[in-house]
Unconditional design. Structure first.
Length: 121
């Protein structure tokens, strides 16, 4: 295995762990993200799905396939998250240390996964 493989696998495990937290502990996740449920509690299912199992599936899929383009897809998902976050930071006046930290992590993971795995030939 190469250094790229080890880092990809570490990113996949991180992605799965974060997804498990969103899926299995939505209330805790929402608290960490300064979110609250409304009258229907739909927010819990949204966090379980979008911040939870979606990331579990992305990480597991990349691990199982272990193909460069699978890693690139995970990177593009992180790039999408980073784009949405930075857009909201400016549009919604949502700048905070936490939001910039999350953006930086998402952007770094996106850059690694895309640049280290995109076939250049």
């Amino acid at each position: 295995m190469t250094v790229v493989d080890y880092i990809n696998f570490a990113v996949a495990i991180l992605t799965i762990v974060l997804g498990l937290m969103g899926w299995l502990a939505p209330r805790w996740t929402m608290h960490q993200l300064d979110m609250s449920a409304g009258p229907s509690n739909m927010a819990y299912t949204e966090v379980s799905a979008a911040s939870g199992c979606l990331f579990v599936g992305l990480g597991l899929g990349a691990l199982i396939l272990n193909e460069p383009m699978a890693w690139v897809v995970v990177g593009l998902a992180y790039a999408g998250a980073a784009t949405g976050r930075v857009t909201s930071i400016f549009r919604d006046d949502a700048a905070s240390r936490q939001s910039w930290t999350f953006f930086g992590c998402e952007a770094a993971l996106a850059a690694w996964l895309v640049l280290a795995n995109f076939p250049m030939t």
